[in-house]
Design a protein around this ligand. Structure first.
Ligand code: ADP
Ligand code: ZN
Length: 736
């Protein structure tokens, strides 16, 4: 409680000392003292104003400390009446900062809604009852029903009442004028709308496998347990979540649901709202600051029972936690790729353990990390093998395109299949993970290729806007009329979604076509409009990137074509095969979800590729079991603990030399315990004018990896060095 001294042994009038953090590249906290004579003393989780260097900063109190010998500077002001972050959330943030080797102040302030990162107080005007007011109430002196009601509300409350709860402003003014109430300020209440009306939709009767999954969780031991819900696309995982959420809410506990993509929230929110008698609190980056603050506070205060959010919702304080759900747990979007490089799923597993509650990880294509835990019995494995609607899983076939005459990347067989499905009244979806018209422009005469002046990358031709664009740094320029070095005409190389759209629109006029990629859906409301056209059957052809893969339910789709499987099959990343299997099954899962059976055609030059063959003849778990064996052999994650040290600078030598020195020190100090690979150029060796190198650390024992990373932190110190060198640490990297 904010009014209670945290250290009871502090003699009255003595100064108390506190560790606080401020945003910025500081790994530790700072010690300040507080003079209790100046007001109620701080508590962990409240914001304070402190002198910092020559200026002042808003800081967050972490814990009481002994001030030691040092002279400390004073806390100038306590900004919050009650802690913004509870002890559990603070512990999680401290763990995450240490685990991911990121400055604690940045981690803590990033966890607060933007409005609370500054000095803004959470206060509203309030009224407190006075003896005169209580007398007036007894004597019936109040005129009018509204005045009497306000006086009654004040008399009934031991604390000041927020003014907005006391009727119109005129009534409040009268109470103050007559001395029946005193004006004061209180912490703004974290109100959340009460259930408006019960959900209008009733739940389908769960099938046997769904029922089993729900019962397993319900009868599972109290306390922490991780569950992996591995259910094929359309198997009714969301119904399992709903059944469990209903139970938790009825028992008065909160449920936190985290999804990888903001685009997945609207459909989930709609579905939850139709079924549950609660308004879910929503937390994602697309909200206005005020909306986000209100939702965040309602969750932290426990007034909102259900919260749905993206990655950053992993850190929201929960007042009465009951269950955590991570949907699409395999999705790389759950890992933050810039700044604080945390993985929301892994943070939530830590939190569930700390909170002693179950966590449910759901996916049609679980990550190798989670499957491995499930196979080893550390997570409990629940399977849903069939589609809940009774629809059959689509048949997947390879189209061997070797020696075929291709038009815009499509083989004659794929063209025929598209035509057949369109004429049969079906919808057709073509998946190509490359946006723009063509990935490069090339001169056939001299070999010139339009490249980015700042990156080791080609420029993508965006024909609709008539520009060449770098997808890595945002550089763009006009399209040259002909080759800048020999003036011969330029030709197109490769295939992007714009080109696919053009070719299909010309070949199948009158069927309506929608393109779903980042360029085509950028405008406000465009995405919803496009999804609507597909749902209403106005567009019978859909062309898209990774966006198609993400969980949309289009019942009319009967054919899914994977235009270029080789792109993923031959990716150099060690997770390439895993990613390939995941996106293939996810995009295949869009086919045949309703009455009409689905078909999936995969174009490849290597139909005998072991991953592809195993996927078609066995199943996903067989592919992943083989992957695990390969990773073990190659000593890669998840069989080893990995950390990546990245460095970049305007001069290649600066970055390489820095990592070479780090590597030498680590090899010398850790010997056999730690494998140090590199330094090597990063996959994109030059980006935005900076040369990028990386060093991979692998250890059998987690603590070895962390000791190594701490040693680097200690010996190097600052993350920004001479020669404009920057470096960073990525624990459990996704991309190597
Ligand atoms: P997933 O989350 O696994 O993709 P959903 O929960 O979205 O699957 O379910 C897929 C479809 O099946 C939805 O249209 C849903 O309404 C329906 N469905 C789910 N469970 C059942 C059930 N037990 N009986 C009938 N239909 C169901
Ligand atoms: Zn570039």
């Amino acid at each position: 409680h904010p009014g209670t001294p945290v250290r009871p042994d502090t003699p009255a009038g003595a100064l108390s000392a506190w560790t606080v953090v401020v945003p910025g590249p500081f790994f530790g906290g700072f010690t300040y003292h507080f003079d209790p004579a100046t007001g109620p003393i701080p508590a962990p989780g409240v914001r304070v104003r402190v002198p910092f260097g020559q200026s002042e900063r808003v800081a967050l109190v972490i814990e009481p400390t002994s001030s030691g010998e040092q002279e400390t500077r004073p806390i100038l002001e306590v900004l919050d009446e009650a802690p913004l972050l509870d002890a559990e959330t603070l512990a999680c943030l401290r763990w995450a900062a240490a685990y991911y080797h990121h400055p604690l102040g940045d981690v803590v302030f990033a966890a607060l809604p933007k409005i609370l990162r500054g000095e803004r107080r959470l206060e509203v005007e309030a009224l407190a009852s006075t003896p005169a007011g209580r007398e007036a109430l007894r004597d019936g002196a109040a005129r009018g029903e509204r005045q009497r009601e306000a006086l009654e509300a004040l008399a009934a409350s031991t604390r000041p009442v927020p003014a907005t709860r006391l009727g119109p402003a005129a009534v409040r003014r009268r109470l103050l004028e007559k001395g029946w109430a005193d004006a004061t300020r209180v912490t703004a209440p974290a109100d959340w709308p009460a259930p408006a009306e019960p959900g209008s939709e009733t739940a389908p009767a769960l099938n046997a496998q769904q029922q089993e999954a729900v019962e397993a969780l319900v009868s599972g031991a109290d306390g922490f347990q991780a569950w992996l819900l591995h259910g094929v696309t359309g198997s009714g995982k969301t119904e399992v979540y709903l059944a469990l959420i209903e139970r938790e809410l009825a028992a008065g506990r909160q449920v936190l649901v985290v999804v990888p993509e903001i685009s997945l929230t609207p459909q989930l929110i709609d579905r939850f709202a139709r079924r549950l008698a609660v308004r879910p609190a929503v937390l994602h980056s697309g909200l206005a600051d005020g909306e986000r603050l209100a939702a965040w506070r309602a969750v932290a205060a426990g007034t909102a029972g259900l919260v749905i959010g993206t990655r950053s919702a992993a850190f929201v304080p929960l007042a009465r936690p009951g269950l955590i759900v991570v949907d699409e747990e395999h999705d790389a979007a759950l890992k933050q790729q810039e700044g604080f490089l945390y993985h929301a799923r892994d943070v939530l597993i830590w939190r569930a353990r700390q909170l002693a509650i179950p966590i449910l990880l759901g996916s049609a294509t679980p990550s190798l990390e989670s499957l491995r835990h499930a196979w080893a019995g550390r997570y409990r494995h629940l399977r849903l093998n069939q589609r809940a609607t009774g629809a059959r899983m689509p048949a997947i076939h390879c189209l061997d395109v070797r020696g075929q005459t291709m038009e815009a990347g499509l083989s004659p067989a794929l063209f025929r299949a598209i035509e057949r499905h369109l004429l049969d009244g079906g919808q057709v979806m073509l998946y190509l993970n490359r946006r723009g018209y063509a990935p490069s422009l090339l001169c056939h005469a001299c070999g010139y290729v339009a490249g980015c002046p700042h990156c080791d990358a080609f420029l993508t031709w965006h024909r609709q806007i008539g520009r060449l664009r770098c997808h890595h740094c945002g550089f763009e320029q006009g399209v040259p009329a002909d080759c800048p070095s020999c003036q011969a005409p330029l030709s197109v190389r490769g295939l992007g979604t714009e080109q696919l759209e053009d070719v299909l629109a010309a070949r199948f006029p009158g069927f309506g076509i929608v393109r779903l990629d980042r360029d085509a859906t950028a405008g406000k409301g465009v995405m919803a409009e496009s999804l609507g056209r597909i749902a209403r059957g106005e567009a019978r052809l859909v062309v898209g990137t990774q966006m198609l893969v993400k969980g949309h339910d289009f019942p009319g789709v009967t054919l899914v074509g994977v235009v270029n499987a080789d792109q993923a099959l031959f990716a150099s990343d060690f997770r390439g095969p895993e990613r390939f299997a995941q996106s293939l099954l996810q995009v295949a899962g869009r086919a045949g979800r309703a009455e009409r059976p689905g078909e999936v055609l995969v174009q490849t030059h290597d139909p005998d590729h072991p991953v592809l063959r195993r996927l078609l003849t066995e199943d996903y778990e067989a592919v992943m079991a083989a992957q695990l064996a390969e990773r073990e052999q190659a000593e890669l994650p998840p069989t080893r603990f990995a950390g990546l040290i990245r460095a970049d600078a305007p001069q290649a030598d600066t970055a390489r030399a820095f990592l070479t020195k780090v590597a030498e020190e680590l090899r010398e100090h850790f010997g056999e315990e730690l494998s140090v690979w590199g330094p090597v150029p990063a996959p994109l060796a030059r980006r935005a004018g900076r040369y990028r190198f990386q060093l991979l650390l692998l250890a059998r024992v987690r603590s070895t990896l962390h000791r190594a990373l701490w040693q680097v932190d200690d010996s190097v110190g600052s993350r920004r060095l001479g020669g404009r060198l920057r470096w960073s640490i990525d624990v459990d990297p996704i991309d190597l």
